[in-house]
Design a protein around this ligand. Structure first.
Ligand SMILES: [Fe+2]
Ligand SMILES: [Fe+2]
Length: 288
């Protein structure tokens, strides 16, 4: 049986696979409508007070760099734009799905999220340097690129424990996963759940191909996949904590992070990510 079919069958059998928050789903639905009303977006987000409070806090953080504080969600939506707010809500909702188990299971999830935030920030900065549009999409893609790891830990726990033992001997993390999980890795699992959550084809492609960007078949996703792949290596290089994919990884080469970026600029981006990653993770509520 092909690996992909096996994964789907295995994951389909898990009855309590997590879903995204209602707010995130309603927002995705609204954003797909031809005409979107800013006030109705604010109303939808406000229905979940915890998310609404966090969105406003993030919108007011140094990261978005607006000198005057937003007093209302609507004001933040008008100034930052719908896409930024949708990405913040989606990111927060995904973090929340796994937050209850922050201290349990087999590895330190704070380190996992630090790696993800490092990748997200690196991706956004690389996208800005490359003058790509919608740099916020790069941030969200970086944030969620490894969610397959969390799904495997949570729902295939015995296999994950075996994987942690086995990984020392494998050259690449994905190879170790494929050996233990019958041919599948966190990229396959993550892409499956992202599709289920309706995260969009570009994000699904990022999750599926971030370890092998040259395999991405869709032209529309290629820039995003390449940048996330580069930012992933960058975030591994920064080595914030003992991140799980870190083992045996070769020292990343400059060319892995995109020939288009000047090495000096790349070094500046490394330093900025290294400097900002913990503060940003705190602002996102995933590090204290
Ligand atoms: Fe990965
Ligand atoms: Fe990663």
């Amino acid at each position: 049986m092909p690996a992909k079919k096996r994964i789907c069958e295995k994951l389909d059998k898990i009855e309590n696979l997590p879903t995204l928050s209602i707010v995130a789903r309603q927002l995705q639905h609204l954003m797909n409508q031809p005409k979107v009303n800013m006030a109705s977006i604010a109303v939808v987000v406000a229905r979940d007070q915890a998310i609404a409070t966090q969105v406003l806090k993030l919108a007011n953080s140094a990261f978005y760099g607006y000198p005057n504080k937003f007093k209302s969600l609507l004001q933040a939506i008008v100034v930052l734009g719908l896409n930024v707010i949708k990405n913040i809500v989606t990111g927060l909702s995904i973090i929340r799905v796994f937050q209850d188990s922050l201290d349990t299971f087999s590895f330190d999830r704070r380190q996992f999220w630090l790696h993800s935030i490092g990748c997200a920030l690196g991706a956004k900065l690389l996208a800005q340097e490359l003058k790509y549009e919608n740099d916020e999409d790069y941030f969200l893609a970086g944030l969620v690129h490894d969610i397959g790891i969390l799904i495997i830990d949570q729902f295939m726990h015995p296999e994950f424990a075996k994987l942690l033992d086995y990984k020392q001997d494998a050259k690449e993390y994905c190879d170790a996963e494929k050996t233990v999980l019958g041919g599948m890795c966190h990229c396959d699992v993550g892409a499956y759940i992202a599709k289920k959550w309706g995260l969009g084809e570009n994000i699904v492609d990022v999750i599926q191909y971030h370890h092998e960007p040259e395999q991405c078949p869709r032209e529309e996703s290629k820039d995003l996949v390449r940048v996330i792949s580069a930012a992933n290596i960058l975030s591994v290089k920064i080595r914030v904590g003992n991140y799980i994919e870190n083992f045996n990884s070769p020292t990343p080469r400059m060319k892995d992070t995109g020939e288009l970026v000047d090495p000096k600029k790349l070094e500046e981006i490394f330093l900025e990510v290294e400097r900002e990653v913990k503060t940003l993770a705190m602002e996102w509520g995933i590090y204290d």
